[in-house]
Write a protein that binds this ligand. Structure first.
Ligand code: GDP
Ligand code: MN
Length: 381
């Protein structure tokens, strides 16, 4: 779950990270009010779930309340990488020319099976670009999951990265960031820029926090950060059903019983010359009703032109799957061609049920390749 900057800052503040005062606003009038209250230059910042807002014109320095009002007018409603700006963060501004911008961040690094701390003296710009252009400028340090980042390690990393300023304070901020990252089960926790002012003191000017959805059950107090309107409506519906569902950008709806078989199905659809419109795992032992719900969900996706169902019946009974498909057909929900392969437990019963219905919308194949080819053919028509 990606968090907005203001939410990320709220969390980092709990761990002691120094951030500028800031308030959220939804209208230019509110922005002017906040700027007046702060009584100093402010920055008006678009709150959307993407990076690179600055470059896109979504971050504007404002010397007066009227300038802040004008900037808010420009930013609110603006489109940044496909997302509409609905709210802005108004923060007290720092004088960026009187200091330096650094980068610090933690990510889950599968290669070292733990978090890796990254630090770089060239802050401000996006780390993904920097990693491509000048990878040697980024200092990496594996974090021991038992001890977390220790202050002496943080100081060593700060030195190696070439940070200037009060290194003790900077290292402390790195330790605070790392504590937040580990305790909150983040996929990513990043401060970019970490600004070091003329006195050498660090301030987090930006916060990018991405929480691990699979660990959210341990953080019920963070659930209110979830913004349903920012999520894909089908993903919300899928999570209500308890499905593992991911919206993709193709035209073949894909449905299978188990993450492995669904992944394979995505590959097979690609091989057949089409693109999957989604990943949908109905899980093991699914009854007809679950299959029915899954078809209902996938059918709502206007990108879907055909549905590929790939079931290997173990605990899942093929006849239950067939019943779910048939129910969807009878209730008028199934309007797109379904091409399926069902093998294993109760396969014969499933075939018999489908033969009885005998609808051109539903066709069974002996192998997943044939079924995927048939689905691709329908989808690409
Ligand atoms: P991002 O582009 O989405 O990463 O948004 P940031 O919050 O990192 O802001 C982008 C840039 O705006 C930063 O790299 C800074 O150069 C600038 N910026 C952010 N806060 C301030 C501030 O308080 N004062 C000034 N002058 N510039 C700021
Ligand atoms: Mn940033």
């Amino acid at each position: 779950m990606k968090l907005h900057e203001y939410q990320g800052k709220e969390l980092l503040r709990r761990f002691g990270v120094n951030v500028q005062d800031g308030k959220i606003a939804y209208t230019p009038d509110e922005v002017r009010g906040i700027a007046q209250e702060f009584g100093q230059a402010v920055v008006v910042k678009a709150q959307v779930h993407v990076g690179g807002r600055g470059k896109a014109g979504g971050v504007k320095f404002s010397t007066t309340p009227d300038k802040a009002y004008e900037n808010a007018q420009k930013i609110l409603g603006m489109d940044i990488k496909g997302l509409t700006v609905k709210k802005v963060l108004v923060t007290k501004a720092v004088d960026i020319d009187k200091g330096v911008e650094y980068y610090v961040g933690l990510i889950v690094d599968r290669n070292v099976q733990s978090y890796t701390l990254m630090a770089c003296a060239e802050g401000g710009m996006e780390i993904e670009e920097l990693a491509v252009e000048r990878p040697e400028a980024i200092i990496r340090h594996r974090i021991d999951p038992i001890t977390g980042l220790r202050p002496f390690e943080a100081r060593a990393v700060a030195l190696k990265a070439g940070f200037k300023g009060n290194l003790n304070k900077i290292a402390t901020m790195m330790v605070q960031l790392s504590k937040a990252c580990l305790e909150l089960d983040c996929n990513l926790a990043e401060i970019n820029p970490l600004f070091v002012d003329e006195n050498g003191d660090p301030i987090a000017l930006d916060a990018k926090v991405d929480l691990d959805d699979n660990a959210l059950y341990r953080h019920q107090d963070l659930m209110h950060f979830r913004e349903l309107e920012a999520e894909h409506p089908l993903e919300i519906e899928a999570s209500n059903y308890g499905f593992a569902y991911v919206k993709l950008d193709g035209n073949v709806g894909v449905l299978g019983n188990g993450a492995g078989i669904v992944m394979t199905s995505l590959d097979v659809v690609n091989r057949a010359g089409a693109k999957p419109a989604n990943f949908l795992d109905i899980g093991g032992g699914a009854k007809a009703e679950i299959v029915f719900n899954a078809i209902k969900l996938v059918s709502k996706d206007s990108d879907v032109k055909a549905i590929f169902i790939n079931i290997f019946g173990g605990i899942t009974r093929a006849d239950e799957v067939a019943k779910g498909v048939i129910q969807a057909l009878h209730e008028g929900i199934l309007t797109k061609p379904v091409r399926m392969r069902i093998a294993g437990t109760a396969e014969e019963e499933a075939k018999a049920l489908l033969a009885e219905v005998n609808s051109p919308l539903i066709q069974m194949y002996a192998t997943m390749f044939e079924a995927a080819d048939a689905a691709a053919l329908e989808a690409n028509k």
